[in-house]
Design a protein around this ligand. Structure first.
Ligand SMILES: Cc1cc2nc3c(=O)[nH]c(=O)nc-3n(C[C@H](O)[C@H](O)[C@H](O)COP(=O)(O)O)c2cc1C
Length: 306
């Protein structure tokens, strides 16, 4: 569809885990790399489910880029070591998480406003010359010029790619992406830049890339979760959506050991974003389902089968 441009799947914590990524690649495809939702350190150790999510055996046949979220150098080093130990040769640094309790402590987008933390991060990255590093950032935490604070890091570390979500951290997901800043980032950042934020159709992707031919590509998040066939309209059929759903459902049934309630919960969460234009009554029945049997009946309604 879009020649010579990279198409990345965005990390969406709670949605684009390994189960989603593998099913997406098998049924729809069209993605050059899937960015995994961030991993982080809690109480001195990396969360187990974060490690499980990126383990290569849980991501067969797909190109995954693990992402780390940290503000302390020691946590960052711990995660970079884990990523390298799993055999990865690339990693993404989260400089975009806008969640206020996290960002106020200097994580994610919060780090963009903290020179000292960025200097520390730069020092850690220099110790990992074997890892190809990308940065995923917002324009800033509370000021749309704060992305410039990463320029010294880019000048002194071998950063391979920068993905920019053109919003401020304080905006969360409100308002429109500030695409008027794209050219300034392309002028100032001397590595390939991938554009992210609110791209929701092939037309909007093509239009944005035509307007900014220097961009290396795009990253797609919520719209790809909503319509996994976004990049391949020929597969936007009930059969393909059903196959995608069934792969997710089967895999979660195998992996989630907390009983039917946990599986139901997981699937209902997925449907909060997936196929928003599906039959309203069927979606409501999915939301209200209190057992897997009822859930399966509601899903059959969505896909026009019984
Ligand atoms: C529920 C949710 C979870 C997200 N989790 C992550 C994450 O783990 N790491 C990250 O870098 N960005 C995360 N993001 C941001 C997305 O990757 C993306 O940058 C943002 O949604 C804008 O792109 P979009 O408009 O295509 O969705 C998350 C966004 C949402 C809505």
């Amino acid at each position: 569809m879009i020649e010579n441009k990279v198409i990345l799947s965005a990390p969406i914590q709670g949605w684009t885990d390994h189960v989603w990524r593998v099913a997406h690649a098998q049924v729809f495809g069209g993605i050059d790399a899937y960015y995994a939702p961030f991993m982080r350190v809690e109480h001195g150790a990396i969360r187990k489910r974060d490690l499980r999510d990126i383990q290569p055996e849980n991501n067969p046949g797909i190109h995954v880029v693990p992402q780390v979220l940290a503000c302390r150098a020691s946590d960052m080093a711990l995660m970079l070591q884990a990523v390298a130990d799993m055999g990865y040769d690339e990693v993404d640094i989260n400089l975009g998480c806008p969640h206020p309790p996290v960002a106020r402590k200097g994580y994610g987008a919060g780090m963009l406003a903290r020179h000292e933390s960025l200097v520390q991060l730069t020092e850690v990255l220099k110790q990992w010359p074997s890892l190809k590093v990308s940065l995923k950032l917002r324009l800033g935490w509370d000021d749309a010029s704060q992305w410039r604070n990463v320029l010294p890091m880019i000048a002194s570390c071998p950063i391979e790619r920068v993905v920019v979500h053109y919003r401020l951290g304080v905006q969360q997901y409100q308002g429109e992406a500030m695409l008027e800043h794209i050219e300034a980032t392309l002028d100032a950042i001397p590595v390939p830049i991938v554009l992210n934020g609110d791209l929701d159709s092939q037309q909007s992707i093509s239009k944005l890339l035509a307007q900014h031919p220097r961009a290396a590509g795009v990253m797609l998040g919520r719209a790809l979760v909503a319509d996994p066939a976004l990049l391949c309209p020929e597969r936007a059929t009930p059969t393909h959506y059903r196959e995608f759903h069934d792969r997710l459902y089967e895999q979660y049934r195998q992996e989630l050991t907390g009983g039917d309630h946990q599986i139901l919960n997981k699937m209902q969460t997925l449907w909060e974003r997936m196929l928003p234009n599906a039959d309203r009554r069927a979606r409501k029945a999915i939301r209200k389902a209190s057992s897997l049997v009822r859930y399966e009946q509601a899903v059959a309604q969505v896909f026009g089968q019984d």
